[in-house]
Design a protein around this ligand. Structure first.
Ligand code: GLA
Length: 413
C-alpha cells in the first residue's frame, strides 16, 4: 500500500511567520501557561536551503543559498526578576538562571544555541538589563530539526534578532549574524562556515544569496518565483551534525589544503587552489584528502558556471549542476545516504524537475529540488511512491519561495 503524501500537492510551505499560524498559536499558549502572562512580542527567523556551493563555505568558496518561509518563532518578554528563562515547545528541558551567572560552557541541551548568543551579546545586554532586568524567551516554529534546513542558524539568528528588537539594542545586522556564528562555533562547538547565519540574516524575499565566503561579501541573485519552485524532500532520517562527521570533513579539507598550499601561490584556502595544481598532485595525496579536495575545486567552478547559467535564463544548465553536485557529494565527499540518493534519483525522473541534491551537511536530512511551477503534484506522487517502496514511508515534501529573513510578527489586539 502506498502511503499518501503528507501535504496536498499545491500546499505552500507552512508559513509559520504569522500570529495566526498553528505554530504561533501553540507557542503563544505555551508561553502564557508557563509565564502566567502573555508574551509581549513575537519574532520569526527562517531556515535556509543551499542550491549550490556544497561544503564550500568553510573552504572559502562561493555558496548560493535561499531562506525558506518556515523557521523559528520566538515569543519574548522582558521581566524584572534578573533571570534568563529559555523554554521550547519542542523539548521539555529549560534554562532558568540569573543573568549575572550565565553558564560559560555548553550544557548539552537545545538551549545551548540561544544561550551561546546571549553569552556573546552579554556586554550589550548588561547595559540595557542592568542588575534587575530579566528575559523570558520561548522557542517554537515549524522548521524540522536536523533536516539540513539549518534550524541551528535559524534559532541563533532569531535569538539575536529578538534580543535586538525586544531590548532596542539597535545593533547592525552583521553584529547579529556574528553573534549567531559565535554561538555555533564557540559555544556549541560545530566548526561551521559562515553560510547559514548569512543566508538567514541577509535573506531577501524573491532572491538567492550569492556569498563569497572568503571575503564574506554577498549579492542578491533574482529568483523567478513565477516560473520556479524550491522543493525540499525530507528523508526523515536524522543524524546529528554537531561535531562528529562534519568536523571531520572540515579537518580533512584543512589537511588537503596543507598538502597543496605551497604550490598555490597567493592562495589562502582550498577553494583558491587551481584545478591544474590539484590534478598534478592528486595521485601523491592521501586518497581521502584527494577526494575531498576534488569535490571542492570542482564545486567552486560548478557553482560559478551555474550562477552564470541562471542569470542568462538557462535553468536546465543550473539544474544539471545541482545533479552533478549531488554525485560529487555522494562519491567524493561521501556525505550522502541511500535515502538521499533515492530522493534525488526519483526527482530526476519527473518532468519539470530541473535539478536536485542533498541539502546542508548531508548524513541524512533532506534534498532540495528545483522544479518548474506546476510540477509539484507529479513530484510528490512519483517521489512519494518510489521512496515508499524502499522505506515504507512517504517523505514530507514542502515547497518554498525565497523568504525575506528575520522579522517581528505583529500580534493582534
Ligand atoms: C552545514 C554547515 C554549513 C555548510 C553546510 C555544507 O549546513 O552548517 O556551514 O558547511 O553544512 O555546505
Amino acid at each position: 500500500m502506498k502511503p499518501a503524501p503528507q501535504r496536498s500537492p499545491s500546499h505552500p510551505s507552512a508559513g509559520s511567520a504569522r500570529a495566526d499560524s498553528p505554530a504561533a498559536a501553540l507557542l503563544l499558549d505555551a508561553f502564557r501557561d508557563a509565564a502566567g502572562r502573555d508574551a509581549g512580542r513575537l519574532f520569526f527567523a527562517p531556515g535556509r536551503v543551499n542550491l549550490l556551493g556544497a561544503h564550500l563555505d568553510y573552504n572559502g568558496g562561493p555558496v548560493l543559498p535561499a531562506a525558506v518561509d518556515r523557521g523559528t518563532l520566538i515569543a519574548a518578554a522582558r521581566r524584572d526578576h534578573g533571570r534568563i528563562v529559555l523554554r521550547s515547545t519542542l523539548d521539555a528541558r529549560h534554562l532558568d538562571v540569573p543573568f549575572a551567572s550565565l553558564p560559560e560552557a555548553s550544557q548539552g541541551a537545545w538551549f545551548d544555541y540561544p544561550l551561546g548568543v546571549l553569552v556573546d551579546l552579554r556586554a550589550e545586554l548588561r547595559d540595557v538589563l542592568g542588575a534587575k532586568g530579566g528575559l523570558e524567551l520561548y522557542f517554537g516554529g515549524d522548521l524540522p530539526i536536523g533536516a539540513g534546513l539549518s534550524s541551528s542558524a535559524s534559532i541563533c539568528v532569531g535569538t539575536a534578532f529578538a534580543l535586538d528588537g525586544l531590548l532596542g539594542l539597535d545593533l547592525v545586522r552583521s553584529r547579529l549574524v556574528q553573534a549567531a556564528l559565535a554561538a555555533e562555533r564557540g559555544f556549541v562547538g560545530v566548526q561551521c562556515g559562515i553560510m547559514d547565519p548569512y543566508a538567514v540574516g541577509f535573506a531577501r524575499s524573491g532572491a538567492l544569496l550569492w556569498l563569497e565566503c572568503k571575503e564574506a561579501t554577498y549579492e542578491h541573485v533574482p529568483f523567478d518565483s513565477e516560473r520556479l519552485v524550491i522543493g525540499v524532500a525530507d528523508s526523515g532520517v536524522r543524524r546529528e551534525l554537531a561535531r562528529g562527521e562534519f568536523n571531520r570533513r572540515v579537518a580533512e579539507c584543512a589537511a588537503a589544503y596543507a598538502a597543496l598550499a605551497d604550490g598555490a601561490v597567493g592562495s589562502s584556502c582550498l577553494a583558491d587552489v587551481p584545478y591544474e595544481l590539484f590534478a598534478a598532485r592528486a595521485a601523491s595525496m592521501d586518497p581521502v584528502c584527494a577526494r575531498r579536495a576534488r569535490h571542492v575545486v570542482e564545486e567552486v567552478a560548478r557553482a560559478r558556471a551555474a550562477r552564470a547559467a541562471l542569470e542568462r535564463g538557462d535553468t536546465s544548465g543550473f539544474g544539471a549542476a545541482m545533479f552533478a553536485c549531488h554525485q560529487s557529494l555522494r562519491d567524493l565527499f561521501e556525505v550522502s545516504t541511500p535515502e538521499l540518493d533515492l530522493l534525488v534519483e526519483a526527482a530526476a525522473e519527473v518532468d519539470g524537475v530541473l535539478g536536485s541534491r542533498l541539502v546542508g551537511a548531508g548524513f541524512g536530512g533532506a534534498t532540495v529540488v528545483l522544479l518548474e511551477r506546476g510540477a509539484e503534484a507529479d513530484l510528490e506522487r512519483h517521489v512519494g511512491a518510489r521512496y515508499a517502496e524502499l522505506t515504507g514511508r512517504a517523505p514530507r515534501i514542502d515547497f518554498f519561495r525565497p523568504d525575506g529573513g528575520p522579522r517581528e510578527v505583529p500580534l493582534r489586539g
